[in-house]
Design a protein around this ligand. Structure first.
Ligand code: F6P
Length: 529
């Protein structure tokens, strides 16, 4: 067999061990290496066995040849006799018309087997035939190799017992997740973490899907070099993300987000243990880093990597994603400019940024906005109208207003839209447009750029910053310099404690040289100062 051929053996029980445990072992053939991984300590048969099989198959690189031996009639028949095809056609009901249990796990298995060349073999039960003995023997040999970090219970299992495996001892595996709103550059950083970990420190990376949700629900897989090939320039995140799944206040999808959820942090901890994770790399903004900090207080070694288009984290000069969002917003303002000019209109462009004005300031200056409205400088309509009238008196028949979504009227507060109990910033752009049209008598239109700013390819700046952050993160892991966040200071990549990382918000300083430069070229901030 060559190095990309695997044997997976699954079993639903471990007689003699305290409580039942489903597990799956992987044995890789080729070169001189034999490797074994597996899981789990769980409740009862089918779900546990399926979970183990999903975990085991997740660890095998796409395109590999895999032989699965299992004494589970259910698992093997499902594939050998295409039960799953029938279930799918039947709306996930079995031949009796009952709903098929564990649909989520079957679908995951189907997805995984689609990427592998899997042959399913049913065996009678361990130790019953020659083939099974051979697999058994190889598994045992692998278990007895110390570097696999199998615990004592496993080694002391009698010959007719299958061990419950734990791989938490070697420190050879790290976890990674992307949390919060996505932004360009997330894939670049995942790639840097995986490549940096594997090439320099021999560390394997497990990716948890959909932010902290994957950690709670044990939705994860090993991601190797192949899995991150070709993703440097891709927007989004191959791991998926979520900005509503807090393990300490967990609400299942579709539930009422206004109600208090469950504390599922123990499940998250169990899953980290199950996967043998020695350090969790959290790529996120303030919300995700706060959660990371809470896990560090529970004893999980953490490394944070700052991301957000808002650029509002205090401990880093720049977050990746910001430059890409600003580039998108600037291009949009350039386009709005030509139509503003043709129609002699006041065009209002609303950009993101939450409660800070970094995107509005940066894109507003780069796009030549005449008026820039940011939360740090509450505005007055009379000042905006005065600026537009001043321009009109100079023969300038159009104006561009760039407004941050969190900007607000002096004496007022930011505008929100209620989305199913969750408050989201929004509405200020159209409001400014309507009011200014009334006050100046000039026609006005508003464009809300919204999630366009989070999509698409990262700029070269963000690709490089993300790569530097990812490489630094695994360097910190290797140094066991945990509970820190990587950051940019000047042009140097450094790190700060997680406490510093989550302390406060970085806001635009109205007295800064950048704001003064904008004012010096005639830009108004819609207020007197
Ligand atoms: O934090 C990033 C960000 O894009 C903010 O600029 C914006 O207010 C928010 O996320 C939007 O969140 P959602 O994707 O949930 O609409």
């Amino acid at each position: 067999m060559s190095s990309n051929e695997y044997i997976v053996y699954t079993d639903g029980s471990c007689s003699g061990n305290p409580g039942p445990g489903g597990w799956a072992a992987i044995i890789r053939f080729g070169e001189e290496e034999e490797e074994l991984s597996g899981s789990t300590a769980a409740t009862t048969n089918q779900r546990m066995e399926l979970t183990a099989a999903v975990e085991a198959l997740s660890q095998i690189p796409s395109g590999s040849a895999v032989m699965v031996f299992s004494d589970s009639a259910y698992l093997v028949n499902c594939f050998q006799q295409s039960w799953m095809d029938r279930w799918q056609k039947n709306g996930w009901r079995n031949s009796k018309g009952d709903p098929v249990e564990n649909r989520d796990l079957w679908l995951k298995l189907l997805e995984l087997t689609g990427k592998l060349n899997v042959k399913w073999h049913k065996v009678k039960g361990h130790g019953d035939d020659q083939l099974n003995n051979r697999v058994d023997q190889m598994a045992r040999e692998a278990i007895n190799q110390d570097h696999l970090g199998v615990d004592e219970t496993a080694r002391s299992c009698q010959n007719d017992q299958w061990p419950t495996l734990k791989l938490n001892k070697t420190g050879k595996r790290i976890g990674v997740l992307t949390g919060g709103g996505d932004c360009p550059g997330l894939n670049a950083v995942i790639r840097a973490v995986v490549k940096g970990a594997a090439h320099n420190y021999g560390l394997e990376v497990v990716g948890f899907n959909n932010g902290f949700k994957g950690l709670v629900e044990n939705d994860a897989q090993v991601i190797n070099d192949l899995a991150v090939s070709g993703i440097l320039n891709r927007g989004g995140t191959i791991l998926g993300t979520s900005n509503r799944d807090n393990p300490f206040d967990y609400k299942p999808s579709g539930s009422d987000y206004t109600k208090t959820g469950e504390d599922r942090s123990a499940d998250a901890l169990a899953n980290l243990e199950r996967w043998g994770i020695s350090c969790l790399v959290v790529i996120g903004g303030d919300g995700s880093l706060l959660l990371a900090h809470r896990f560090s207080e529970l004893g999980v070694p953490i490394i944070g990597i700052p991301k957000t288009i808002d650029n509002d984290l205090p401990a880093t000069d720049i977050t990746f994603g910001f430059d890409s969002a600003v580039t998108t917003a600037t291009e949009a303002i350039d386009k709005i400019h030509t139509t503003a000019e043709s129609h002699h209109r006041i065009m209002v462009v609303e950009v993101m940024g939450r409660h800070v004005g970094w995107i509005a300031l940066q894109a507003g200056m780069a796009g030549g906005g005449d008026i820039i409205l940011i939360p740090e400088l509450p505005f007055e309509f009379s000042c905006i109208a005065a600026k537009i009238n001043e321009r009109r008196s100079l023969g300038k028949k159009f104006s561009i207003i760039v407004v941050a979504e969190g900007a607000y009227l002096a004496g007022g507060e930011p505008l929100y839209e209620d989305r199913g109990g969750v408050k989201r910033l929004g509405g200020i752009g159209p409001l400014v447009s309507r009011e200014i049209e009334k006050m100046t008598g000039m026609e006005s239109r508003a464009t809300v750029l919204g999630h366009l700013q989070r999509g698409g390819s990262p700029t070269s700046y963000d690709r490089v910053l993300a790569t530097r952050f990812g490489v630094k993160a695994v360097e910190l892991v290797d140094d066991k310099n945990f509970n820190r966040m990587v950051c940019l200071k000047g042009n140097n990549i450094q790190s700060v404690t997680l406490e510093e990382a989550v302390a406060g918000t970085k806001r635009v300083d109205p007295d800064s040289e950048q704001v003064r430069s904008a004012v010096a070229v005639g830009t108004s901030f819609g207020c007197r100062f």
